[in-house]
Design a protein around this ligand. Structure first.
Ligand SMILES: [Zn+2]
Length: 114
């Protein structure tokens, strides 16, 4: 399942980060989940609960923050409403999907560093 490989990569990355900083414990992992990332939050959470056993993230809390899809103008930055033509109403430049709306990103890791 897609979510399992994502969780596996996430746990490895968090463990690497913790090792690099000499952390003795990982308390919380914060991840932002874009609406268009194709990741199911429920499946992701289930995969996390299953996969983290025996890893450095065993006791870490997972905080998932959803990021709604939104679009904006590439030239002036004006917001483009959902469902509208992907062209800026103010200046006519093409629109683009806002950052993070199609991504799963590790935002922060809360860890115990002695
Ligand atoms: Zn514009």
């Amino acid at each position: 399942m897609h979510e399992y490989s994502l969780v596996e990569a996430l746990v490895r990355r968090v463990e690497e980060e913790a090792a690099r900083r000499g952390a003795t414990a990982i308390h919380a992992v914060r991840v932002s989940l874009g609406e268009l990332s194709g990741v199911d939050p429920e499946l992701f959470r289930t995969a996390w609960e299953t996969f983290r056993a025996g890893t450095g993230c065993e006791r870490a809390e997972l905080a998932l923050s959803p990021v709604a899809a939104s679009w904006c103008c590439t030239a002036c930055g004006a917001a483009i409403p959902r469902g509208a033509v992907l062209r800026c109403a103010a200046c006519g430049a093409p629109g683009r999907l806002a950052e993070r709306a199609d991504a799963l990103l590790l935002e922060s890791v809360e860890m115990e560093v002695p």
